[in-house]
Design a protein around this ligand. Structure first.
Ligand code: SF4
Length: 470
């Protein structure tokens, strides 16, 4: 399911011209990158933890069915219920059914990327429920009626002024706030009353623990805790790949998640929930449900993209991606942006419909160098491109050009003659400037940056010279 109109190229072009977006992106990037670097530098065994985390995930994925069964049994033993959903439609139906049975009217949501993935809010609203996002970023984009543009900072594309405008329009009777602290306080005040009225609380699940049947959420705002503790019914939405065997395993992931995501040693709140309220508990929900969503994950498990199921949704790959940093998340067209989205979106929603995403990558490799679970993102993107070519999805113009290049490359005499001619032509066009600012046929490149003039000799000529002419 796509959340945006147009193709990647047109959305990216719009994003590059959007002054507010460029300002917001300019503010965020240095912050996340620098904070992660210093948090990681302070933890001597960070690399060893990355290896351990990847090992744990690989072991679980190797027998995922076994761990899911153990997890479901442990949830049942704690008084909760696990529901398995094959796809987004089934997941929505299950959640609507739970809300119906609970005779719910108002639903508070903690942040959940799976609920974005299954387009839950529109389904709940269409069924007449009042849905309130309680994560600040999610609340802002809910007011703006926009999809998230980053997996851990969904409103990263909004400037402070734009948030002030939104709050002024949606919170009548309150004075306009301009400062960050004032805006946060305003949201806190408005949301507090919603938590107390909610019948159902829906949260995500960063991790699911098989030995105890627990779900774990990590947040910086505590909104997830209020969503799940105060409502009568708590629904956890999570992908099937999020299960970990033990709480000891969890400790490995908690040490790498916050450092990779926000550059903190730990998030402000780590909440482990196990089943509904028990006799004697001062608070907690009366019902506890976990909706485990497959939605294409089983297919990935048995294929070339299985490594992607190690993803813990930290956002580090997009924070370090030059493409994401230039165009933001909405240009990617779905809820998962950046390098992980360039792989997940075509796999979940179709390689043909999202042909451009893997092809927009520069393969610079920064994403995989920071991925806390060592997903070989660049390799997966390259594999995805090759799958697209095998499926005959490459545009005809590109196919013809590559075929022509391939034919010429097999005629060495002609190839070198054309190469020398091309170099002379480009050097003449560059003139004294040493760069080319407009080139027919290469407009897409030269409209946003200059093309450096080539050196006077071909690679082969330089090679021969270095080898004494041999
Ligand atoms: S692919 Fe790696 S870096 Fe990107 S969100 Fe997933 S875990 Fe984080």
């Amino acid at each position: 399911m796509s959340t945006a109109s147009g193709n990647f190229e047109s959305r990216a072009a719009l994003a590059l011209k959007d002054a507010s977006l460029q300002k917001a992106l300019g503010n965020f990037k240095p912050l996340f990158v620098a904070k992660r670097a210093s948090a990681v530098a302070e933890l001597a065994d960070f690399e060893a933890l990355r290896d351990r985390a990847a090992q744990i995930k690989n072991a679980v994925l190797g027998e995922l069915d076994v761990w899911l069964e153990r997890y479901a049994a442990a949830v049942g033993a704690a008084g909760g219920k696990v529901h398995f959903a094959t796809d987004a439609a089934e997941a929505r139906e299950i959640i609507l059914g739970i809300c119906r049975d609970a005779n719910a009217k108002t639903i508070c949501k903690g942040k959940s990327m799976v609920s974005e993935e299954i387009a839950l809010n529109p389904a709940l609203e269409a069924a007449g429920y009042k849905v309130v996002e309680t994560d600040l970023g999610e609340y802002i984009i809910q007011l703006a009626q926009e999809p998230p543009s980053h997996i851990i900072a969904p409103a990263i594309h909004k400037t402070r002024e734009q948030v002030a405008d939104l709050f002024e329009a949606h919170h009548p009777g309150r004075p306009r706030e301009e400062s960050v602290a004032g805006l946060v306080n305003e949201a806190r005040h408005v949301l507090r009353e919603k938590f107390f009225r909610a019948d159902v609380g829906i949260t995500g699940g960063n991790f699911l623990i098989a030995e105890t049947g627990s779900s774990v959420i990590v947040t910086n705002e505590g909104n997830g805790d209020l969503s799940q503790t105060l409502a009568r019914v708590h629904i956890v939405t999570s992908g099937i790949e999020r299960v970990l065997p033990t709480l000891d395993d969890l400790s490995v992931f908690l040490r790498i998640l916050a450092r990779s995501a926000t550059g903190q040693d730990t998030e402000c709140y780590t909440t482990i929930s196990t089943g509904p309220r028990r006799t004697g508990d001062p608070d907690g929900p009366q019902e506890y449900h976990v909706v485990l969503v497959d939605n294409g994950r089983s297919k990935m498990l048995g294929g070339k993209f299985r490594d992607m199921l190690r993803c813990i949704r930290c956002g580090a790959c997009m924070n370090h991606c030059p493409v994401y940093s230039a165009i933001g998340g909405h240009a990617y067209g779905w809820v998962y942006p950046g390098p992980m989205g360039a792989i997940l979106t075509p796999l979940f929603n179709g390689m043909a419909e999202h042909y451009d995403l893997p092809n927009a990558c520069t393969l610079n490799g920064r994403c995989q160098s920071v991925c806390p679970v060592k997903i070989p993102l660049t390799e997966l993107i390259r594999t995805l491109r090759s799958e697209q070519v095998k499926a005959g999805l490459m545009p005809a113009r590109q196919r013809t050009l590559l075929a022509a290049w391939g034919w010429v490359a097999r005629q060495p005499g002609l190839y070198h003659a054309l190469e020398r001619f091309g170099i002379r032509l480009l050097r003449a066009r560059a003139g004294h400037a040493g760069h080319i600012s407009a080139l027919p046929g290469a407009h897409a490149w030269t409209q946003s940056r200059d093309l450096p003039a080539p050196s006077g000799e071909t690679f082969l000529e330089q090679w021969r010279k270095q080898r004494g002419g041999s």
